[in-house]
Design a protein around this ligand. Structure first.
Ligand code: FEO
Length: 385
């Protein structure tokens, strides 16, 4: 695949992966992207997952033709991109390897060698000339590991963005970008909004016409749309008007309350309600929804004096990702001493800028006239601006 006259795609599609990074379901697989710049010198950006080493080397070799690569540039050491470093360096003994100092120390940890006699150590602002292509390296710590560099090629106005602007899904599948990019972002990078904001500020000074991420498609058109979404996500602003309802239910009574709240919200004109059964849904989808929509309702039984286990995990996932700037309604259920609402509020107390609705719904075992009225009142509050 030709990206520009001199830049070619050499990555692979993975339809075998069961859980990406050992935890995320990827219905449509995953792409591990790698790029080659053909100039007076040849540079290769990043390797691919361990299982695809031979395929990747063959892709790259077909781009090189009769020539030999000069540089392997490692922007990110997570093994989905670094697993074939040793293979590459053995195949091309004259090639140098360029990466940040931190990446080289991770290289030694992961693979037992940091190729000390073949290194080009890069830091923020360094440049590397390949001929007409001059590459500028930009430190992007915690997007999403500390060693990360992204790279700007001023010649073709390309930003090689490492994990930034990546998404779940292989490249031979046609699907909406935002849906799987958002789940990827909040699943993997969501905690590091401040660092993504820093990177966006640095990138704002560059004339970028193409973004080459390490996952997902190469982005060439309408870049302001993608950059705008990254700005929204990394600033923890709501992207879409609406309410996420996340519930856990032991016998269906809390579920009934969550579903009734959804109905009431629609009746009162809420444009979108995302209803998630935390015991059964993809937790990463529920997390994505919580960050996407401007309001959130949490419904849980009281369980062992705490909240239901799936709710505990969900709230932990939100906190871990710096959940903030939202309005939250709480629904608790209990048969003798309901305390789930208090527990959920306490769990969220370290989050910045959360507002709780005046109404907290208390259900004693099953919905009754009182709790029905409370759900109506909460729906009213969640629908108001
Ligand atoms: Fe795609 Fe952070 O690795």
């Amino acid at each position: 695949m030709e990206i520009t006259n001199d830049i070619r795609y050499a990555g692979v599609n993975d339809h075998e992966v069961d859980l990406f990074e050992g935890q995320f379901t990827v219905e449509h697989g995953m792409a591990y992207n790698s790029y080659v710049i053909m100039d007076e010198k040849i540079a290769v950006f990043d390797t691919v997952d361990a299982r695809f080493g031979e395929e990747w080397l063959a892709n790259a070799a077909s781009v090189f033709g009769s020539r030999q690569p000069d540089y392997l540039i490692i922007q990110h050491m997570e093994p989905d991109h670094s697993a074939n470093i040793v293979k590459f360096m053995e195949t091309y003994p004259d090639a140098k390897i360029a990466a940040s100092a931190k990446a080289f120390s991770m290289m030694k940890q992961f693979y037992g060698s940091d190729f000390s006699d073949r290194q080009v150590v890069l830091k923020d602002g360094d440049t590397l000339s390949l001929g007409k292509h001059s590459l500028t390296f930009i430190a992007a710590p915690m997007v999403h590991w500390p060693e990360v560099l992204v790279t700007y090629d001023a010649c073709d106005k390309v930003l090689f963005s490492a994990d930034g602007f990546g998404k779940f899904g292989a490249l031979d599948i046609e699907e909406d970008w935002a849906c799987e990019a958002r789940r990827y972002y909040f699943g993997i990078v969501g905690k590091f909004g401040a660092q993504v904001q820093n990177l966006l500020k640095k990138a704002a000074g560059l004339d970028i016409q193409t973004i080459c991420p390490l996952h997902g498609p190469v982005l060439k058109e309408n870049l302001s749309y993608y950059i705008g979404l990254y700005n929204t996500w990394s600033s923890y602003s709501a992207e879409t008007k609406g309410v996420t309802i996340a519930y856990a239910s032991a016998y269906g009574n809390t579920k009934k309350a969550a579903e009734l709240l959804a109905e009431k919200l629609y009746e009162k004109g809420c444009p979108k309600v995302a209803l998630n059964d935390l015991a059964r849904c993809d937790m990463a989808e529920a997390v994505e929804d919580a960050f996407r929509y401007e309001k959130l309702a949490l419904a849980s039984p009281t369980y062992n004096g705490d909240v239901f286990p799936f709710m505990r995990e969900f709230i932990h996932d939100l906190k871990e990702r710096n959940y903030q700037n939202r309005t939250i309604g709480l629904i608790e259920n209990g048969s003798w001493a309901p305390t789930a609402a208090k527990t959920m509020q306490k769990m969220l107390e370290s989050c910045k800028n959360l507002n709780f609705t005046n109404t907290t719904v208390k259900i004693m075992s099953a919905l009754d006239e009182d709790s029905l009225a409370m759900i109506d009142a909460m729906a009213e509050e969640l629908c108001s601006d």
